[in-house]
Design a protein around this ligand. Sequence first.
Ligand SMILES: [Zn+2]
Length: 295
Amino acid sequence: MNFFLKTVLISLSVMSIFSCEKDNSNIAEGATEVKNENVFSNREQANLEKLGFDLTTTIKSTITFPDNSTKEYYVDGDTKFPVNELSKLDAILPLTEIDASTELNEKLFSALNLAGGNRVYTIAFFDFNQQYQRQAIGQTIWAFNTILDTSVQLKAVFANGNQFGTLKRDISVSYVYDIGPAKAIADFPINNMPGKNIVVSYKPDIVATYNTVGKFRNLMMHEIGHTFGLVHSDYKAFPAEVTEAEGFGIKHIPGTDDSGLDLNSIMSGSLELGDRWYTNQDIVAMRYLYGYVPR
Ligand SMILES: [Zn+2]
């Protein structure tokens, strides 16, 4: 890689914002038990690579939900995967063995698993009662359902944290006090379902980065994108992932362009939150993955 490009990539990574920054030094109360690649078994490492997780930055972390239940996750940046589900990836071949010629320098990407199509998924928001949040969530659901126009639709419900253990839903969005530098962390799809949980930090300095309608909508659209299998559009902005491009566990989505550094997509992981909506590329990507159903 030439020096100039490297410099650009490194400066981009410094701005990285969705916690996709590779700084785990901050991990505190909400996230415990920091581990690294040296302690992951070979099988764990192989499966984490299928998720596109960077082994040098992935940690194991226990997340506490509003009903005080806990679950263990592998966390990399703002994406996570349940520890008890990882073995389900054993049967999936690494991307390099599926198609050695796959171009990895493309723009929009999906994880290896997706949610099932042709259905309405219920997404429950626990304790999101502030006006800017309700407005942002309304816009998020509207955009997902009527701008993307795919065979998957979302139905939002609002609930109290004490209903976390009992309320039926497909995706939950809830608060965790401190998830390190992350604003929020989302799961990728598994078992033919969207990622199950999005947790949102409510550490005051983090809240200050998302507490407007536009920014919170941007955050929700981005994290929901992960739960439906979208990977960062600008993964090349993260140096470690550039050097590990070989075998990187992502699939290019046909019909989307090839910059690999796209910062406009809602799936950009290296920019400050802003008043963003889906781009044409995001629409093409989601319609490719889930089917266009004009309404
Ligand atoms: Zn992200």
